[in-house]
Ligand binder design. Structure first.
Ligand code: HEC
Length: 109
């Protein structure tokens, strides 16, 4: 009797967990996925510590605050040094929110 009750209860909890968990999983886009979707990896490397050219910066080991600011400055044309024009040409439509998600992920590497 007690066993059966426990089983029903755990099934209910499982169903509840799935219902609550599912939309979150669909909505949450993680930084690693965005990094690929927004083609950052084509220059900064599949591993952000290994850019495709020595003149391109390694993106790991930095704080998210610094990374986010640089991304926005390059997109908005405030940072125009070095090869930033190459990046500006392809990140024009990346939003602040997407940059934030990517920079948070990069700062963990
Ligand atoms: C076409 C190649 C290219 C693409 C695509 C690209 N970048 Fe860059 N990125 C660069 C280059 C080159 C620089 C260095 C600019 C310079 O010389 O000052 C740079 C600089 C940066 C910096 C500043 C690093 C530092 O140490 O100051 C960040 C952060 C960055 N990129 C993030 C991204 C993200 C995120 C994406 C994708 C949304 C992206 N980049 C896409 C080429 C690219």
């Amino acid at each position: 009797m007690g066993d059966r009750h426990d089983r029903v209860l755990s099934r209910m909890l499982l169903a509840l967990g799935l219902t609550i968990g599912a939309p979150a999983a669909v909505l949450a886009v993680d930084g690693e996925t965005l990094y690929k979707q927004k083609i950052c990896h084509t220059c900064h490397g599949d591993r952000p510590s290994e850019p495709i050219l020595p003149l391109y910066p390694k993106l790991s080991g930095q704080s998210s605050e610094y990374l986010l600011q640089q991304m926005k400055d390059i997109r908005d044309g405030k940072r125009t040094n070095g090869l930033s024009a190459a990046m500006k040409a392809v990140v024009g439509s990346v939003t602040d929110e997407e940059f934030e998600i990517i920079s948070n992920w990069l700062s963990t590497l």
